[in-house]
Ligand binder design. Structure first.
Ligand SMILES: [Zn+2]
Length: 138
């Protein structure tokens, strides 16, 4: 291996790191956006409910908005999952332990770790789309 190969290999891995950091930043931005939208949609739901005629309540519009929130929550969950994955670990859907990204099963409880695009992933709860787990772990 020549010195040039070493230099090339090093700069390649630096490039990959930079690219990864950009992707992480991008994902974080998207997650923040979805979270903001959810707050806005919740406010909209509240206002619509407030302005509703008490004698003629039609919740269909509210249901559409609730579905919108659910879609965004799922989107956030998926992005959180990718985010963890990019940082080299995943979160166990069962016990919430951090699992090495290469592992298919959780080291602490033995649960199978689904891939982000697997259908069962969509049923997973508690991947932290609340306020926690975005800021820490830098
Ligand atoms: Zn586990």
């Amino acid at each position: 291996m020549s010195i040039l190969d070493v230099v090339n290999a090093t700069s390649r891995s630096v490039n990959e790191k930079t690219k990864n950091m950009q992707e992480v930043a991008n994902l974080k931005k998207k997650i923040a956006y979805e979270r903001e939208r959810i707050v806005e949609v919740f406010a909209e739901i509240g206002e619509k409910f407030y302005n509703m005629d008490p004698n003629n309540q039609d919740f269909s519009e509210l249901r559409v908005l609730c579905d919108d929130v659910n879609t965004r929550k799922r989107r956030i969950k998926k992005m959180m999952f990718s985010l963890h994955n990019m940082r080299g670990y995943k979160i166990c859907p069962q016990c919430k332990a951090e699992v090495n990204g290469k592992f298919k099963f959780c080291g602490s409880c033995g649960a199978r770790i689904p891939e982000p695009d697997e259908a069962e992933f969509l049923d997973m709860e508690g991947l932290g789309f609340g306020t926690e787990s975005l800021e820490e772990k830098e």
